[in-house]
Ligand binder design. Sequence first.
Ligand code: TYD
Length: 216
Amino acid sequence: MKVSANNPGKFIAFEGGEGAGKSTQARLLAAALEARGIACTVTREPGGTAGAEAIRALLLGTEGEGWNPRAEALLFAAARSDHVERLIRPALESGRWVICDRFVDSSRAYQGGAGGLSDADILALHRIGSAGLLPDLTLLVEVSPETAEARTSARDIDGADRIGGREAAYHARVAAAFARFAEEEPTRFARIDGNGAAEAVHASVLDALKPLLGAA
Ligand code: TYD
């Protein structure tokens, strides 16, 4: 599996379930890095490019009958392929750091662990779509189900999207899959307790980044 280690910029992904606070932490991290003189690109999945945002609307919109798990995985992989080719790789090659709100581990957790596809199949789609690009560091933000519920109900006042709105058991499988990946790849993953205030979580994120910042 190819990683971005040869790029001058570093690739950092935030992962976790719904309401973990990933987008807030992505923004806080970018501001902290910019303050150190590191140029950052903040982006998200599914999305980040015009094509991938169009696929996002297909995936998360609540109209129509939805997708079977394999079609869903293919669409996420197609969106990621466009995102990597048009935005992530060029940014890394130009020396920018890329901070991405979700990446391939979301497909492994949602379509794989929770949706029933095998991890090998998700990784095969990722190899075809994105040459197997992996983040230099994946920050897994973990919150209790109660914190997640409180944050998503405050945020999703118009109702959850097609995937966020799945049953609690689905989201429990997502959380278990993420935890398993972090245990299996302790150097690529850092586990962050996301239950506290945003500033406290941010301090843990900066702590986890120390090895990368030392090398920057
Ligand atoms: P988003 O509103 O970005 O969710 P959140 O704010 O919780 O991160 O919606 C993304 C949804 O898509 C979320 O439910 C997770 C899901 N998802 C997958 O199922 N597979 C994937 O590969 C990705 C990137 C996201």
